[in-house]
Design a binder for this molecule. Structure first.
Ligand code: NAD
Length: 256
């Protein structure tokens, strides 16, 4: 379905970003990976799906590095057809204790990077009259949770950016939508499981159950594979007129 298209997924060396990159590669899209940590493993996983894969190590908190990454993607594959703004970090503390440096980093990586990548991707998408911008927001783009001020502010911002980008391109073949996962068991959430296990004296398994019980009626983690399939739907012809939605995959979290 996506043969000949190129997808750039930020923060795709791990977790949800890697899951989405793999789902798009399975549909035939060439992939530009980005993110820190192990690069060769994720590159090999994508290449094994029979598509071309490239990697750029831009730090998504830096505008000049995002510009270099977008240029690299265009130089390597001709154009970015699908942009998935996924890179993100978390820090948990009360507002009055929140380290200023962590606030700045979360706003830069979780929100401002999506603005930069989007503004740089749009001209070529509009010229081709086809494009998909998928913002990995969060259920925290729709509701709040204590001790997550920067994350919740950034993710609400991402949902707002999604709506405006969708509206500005509503008469074109370029769509922009947000995905809002509940709990997904990635390294980002495992840290919160570990903290809960220590704070409450629980085993890893009990801490996971406790995390789910507090928010997610299904008592199940959403998987990167499931989120990847939602991204594929946005890229399909059926997604042509899906514009500006914030689509939750959250086990009932926000139905309460
Ligand atoms: P993760 O920690 O597994 O992956 C984060 C990715 O972002 C990694 O590839 C990491 O290298 C990359 N990254 C971090 N800082 C970066 C930077 N400065 N520049 C470039 N890359 C950077 O986390 P995840 O859970 O897969 O999170 C992915 C996205 O999904 C985030 O935006 C997160 O907020 C969102 N999300 C996660 C959950 C969840 O439960 N895990 C729920 C809702 C939303």
């Amino acid at each position: 379905m996506l043969q000949g298209k190129t997808a750039l997924v930020t923060g795709s060396t791990s977790g949800i970003g890697l899951g989405i990159a793999k789902a798009l590669a399975k549909q035939g899209a060439n992939i530009v990976l980005n993110g820190f940590g192990d690069v060769e493993g994720p590159k090999a996983e994508i290449a094994a799906l029979g598509v071309k894969v490239a990697y750029h190590g831009a730090d998504m908190s830096k505008a000049n590095e995002i510009e270099a990454m977008m240029k690299f993607a265009a130089d390597t594959f001709g154009r970015v057809d699908i942009l998935v703004n996924n890179a993100g970090i978390q820090h948990v503390a009360k507002v009055e204790d929140f380290p200023v440096e962590r606030w700045d980093a979360i706003i830069a990586i979780n929100l401002t990077s999506a603005f930069h990548a989007t503004r740089l991707a749009l001209p070529a998408m509009k010229a081709a009259n086809w494009g998909r911008i998928i913002n990995v927001a969060s259920i925290h783009g729709l509701v709040g949770s204590a001790e997550k001020s920067a994350y919740v502010a950034a993710k609400h911002g991402v949902v707002g950016l999604t709506k405006v980008t969708a509206l500005e391109n509503a008469t074109t073949g370029v769509t922009c939508n947000a995905i809002c996962p509940g709990w997904v068991l990635t390294p980002l959430v495992q840290k919160q499981v570990d903290a809960k296990a220590v704070a409450m004296g629980l085993s890893n398994e009990e801490a996971k159950k406790q995390l789910l019980r507090e928010k997610e009626p299904s008592m199940q983690f959403t998987t990167p594979e499931e989120l990847g399939e939602l991204a594929v739907f946005f890229c399909s012809a059926a997604g042509n007129n899906v514009r500006g939605v914030a689509w939750n995959m959250d086990g009932g979290w926000t139905a309460q």
